[in-house]
Design a protein around this ligand. Structure first.
Ligand code: ZN
Length: 361
């Protein structure tokens, strides 16, 4: 009898390896060591850590609740703006409200999905968490955003960060994909796909005009970077002495074999990210016309331990239903260009089977 492996992951937007790099490169900036400690605390108290099978389900329309932690670490914090209420004038509160509404409208209008859980779970966010907290965090029940240290990072209330993190909740409800190795990289990839798509949808940006940058606006002026990841050109998002260089590969020949970062989840997501961006660009039009619909359908059939090969196979199956023969050729070409060979039975035989995973059941 095989064991079900569950990984106690940390769903923070800034990967731990980058926070560690920031501490090493900027010992004078205490906010980064604090951010690691605070992120670990959010993880330790996360409802899905205590009970990985826990699902918060609602029976509404995904009503929004925004709270302000006022630089404390007590959550949810002071009530700031609830569903239907007027703007407050506090940029983080109002942006969190608007971006959350974009996420809700995108999933409802494009995928017919009522909130994260599909049955109207409340969309709760706490902004201004801690003092100079450099992360955004999804804990299974709510979003938490820091204001950034104001030296390297600006506020984490950013449209595609919000979309990325809330999409982790959608994935958790739809497929509960294991957060390790290629499965984990696909979990990250799917959050990037929806994070970017939500911003494009809300701003009516056609695929041809997309920047494919995740976390644009996250850096303070003077930092050499456009964001945390670049979906079309992985490895090019930042290169600065305070951060190091974006380490993402964009092709299987550069696959990062590591047991760190939950088996390279934030590294190797660059490979499917590039395949998706290439496919969407070849399709033209809007990313939500077909591309994200195909990915959403593939996610529904992904199972909980997909490999790049098996997930790409699922996208092809979905494309046979939702696309034309021409679309299918474009999709096959996109996977081919990043070196992924679709295979229903393909397994992840590249990621070392050790590391920061824990076994349960
Ligand atoms: Zn993520």
């Amino acid at each position: 009898m095989s064991k079900i492996i569950l990984v106690r992951n940390m769903h923070g937007f800034i990967p731990t390896y980058l926070l560690t790099e920031l501490v090493a490169r900027n010992p004078e900036l205490y906010a980064f060591a604090d951010t690691i400690a605070e992120t670990a605390k959010l993880y330790a108290t996360s409802p899905i850590r205590t009970n990985p099978h826990l699902r918060f389900v609602g029976a509404g329309k995904g009503d929004i609740e925004i709270y302000d932690c006022e630089a404390s670490t007590r959550r949810p914090g002071k009530k700031a703006r609830f569903e239907g209420e007027q703007a407050t004038g506090n940029a983080d509160v109002d942006n969190a409200y608007d971006f959350t509404r974009w996420v809700r409208e995108y999933f409802l209008n494009v995928h017919g999905r009522n909130s994260i859980d599909g049955s109207g779970m409340k969309l709760i966010s706490s902004v201004n968490y801690g003092r100079g907290y450099n992360n955004a965090y999804w804990d299974g029940r709510q979003m938490t955003y820091g204001k950034g240290d104001g030296s390297i990072f600006s506020s984490f209330v950013i449209a595609d960060v919000c979309g990325h993190e809330i999409a982790h909740g959608v994935t958790q409800h739809m497929a509960n994909i294991e957060y390790y190795g290629q499965s984990g990289a696909l979990n990250e990839h799917i959050s990037d796909v929806f994070g970017e798509a939500i911003e494009m949808y809300a701003k009516a940006i056609p695929t041809a005009k997309a920047d494919w940058v995740i976390g644009n606006g996250i850096f303070m002026p003077g930092i050499n970077g456009t964001g945390i990841r670049n979906m079309l050109n992985p490895g090019t998002a930042y290169n600065d002495k305070k951060l190091g260089k974006d380490p993402q590969p964009g092709h299987m020949k550069d696959y990062v074999k590591t047991s760190g970062d939950n088996g390279g989840v934030h590294y190797n997501s660059g490979i499917p990210n590039r395949a998706f961006a290439l496919f969407a660009i070849d399709l033209g039009g809007n990313v939500w016309d077909k591309a994200t619909k195909i990915w959403y359908a593939a996610l529904a059939n992904a199972g909980n331990r997909p490999s790049f090969a098996s997930f790409s196979h699922q996208t092809i199956e979905a494309c046979k239903v939702l696309g034309t023969a021409d679309d299918l050729a474009k999709l096959r070409s996109a996977w081919d260009r990043v070196g992924v060979i679709p295979n229903a039975k393909g397994i992840d035989d590249l990621t070392p089977d050790v590391g920061d995973r824990s076994e349960e059941e």
